[in-house]
Design a protein around this ligand. Structure first.
Ligand code: HEM
Length: 136
């Protein structure tokens, strides 16, 4: 059921050596479901960005939001969807749109009780894909 998020073998790295990602700390794939609901509600309630999701079907979007949050939370690196540049091509996204999404990402984490240090690492991951998302 959570095939998309299946953990890769981590034979070469012991648990002590590998810092837990926010994805792991939240409780892995099942916890992402709760995060998706919060995040998506925020996105759809935001006039700056809700229009981008108007024509997208809910079920497919749920899967995509899971992929989004798994990536942003530093989850298993076996995402097999489109790369970020291709996924957002032709949308004419701007900094305003990006910042709105980042804001809702942070708000979601705050609601889930995630600490500031972990929120900072999620923001770092989000910022690292910004140029691709904005097709700059
Ligand atoms: C940290 C920033 C972002 C990440 C990590 C991200 C991640 C993703 C992922 C994983 C997908 C699914 C790609 C696929 O179809 O395989 C996706 C699709 C999509 N994203 Fe983003 N995204 C980001 C920012 C944004 C922003 C700022 C917007 C608009 C306000 C946006 C709107 C969309 C829409 C509408 C789709 C669906 C496209 C379609 O189905 O045709 N994303 N995103």
């Amino acid at each position: 059921m959570f095939g998309l998020f299946k953990k890769k073998e981590e034979a070469a790295v012991s648990p002590e050596e590998k810092a837990a990602s926010v994805f792991d700390k939240l409780g892995g794939a099942p916890a992402i479901d709760a995060a998706v609901d919060i995040f998506y509600r925020k996105v759809l309630a935001d006039d700056r960005i809700s229009q981008f999701f108007d024509t997208i079907d809910m079920e497919a979007q749920h899967v995509k939001q899971k992929a989004f949050l798994t990536m942003a939370f530093g989850g298993p690196n076996n995402y097999s969807g489109k790369d970020m540049r291709a996924a957002h091509k032709g949308m004419n996204l701007t900094e305003v749109h990006f910042n709105a999404v980042a804001e809702h990402l942070v708000g979601t984490l705050q609601e889930l009780g995630v600490g500031q240090e972990d929120i900072d690492s999620v923001v770092t991951i989000a910022v690292s894909v910004k140029d691709d998302v904005l097709n700059q």
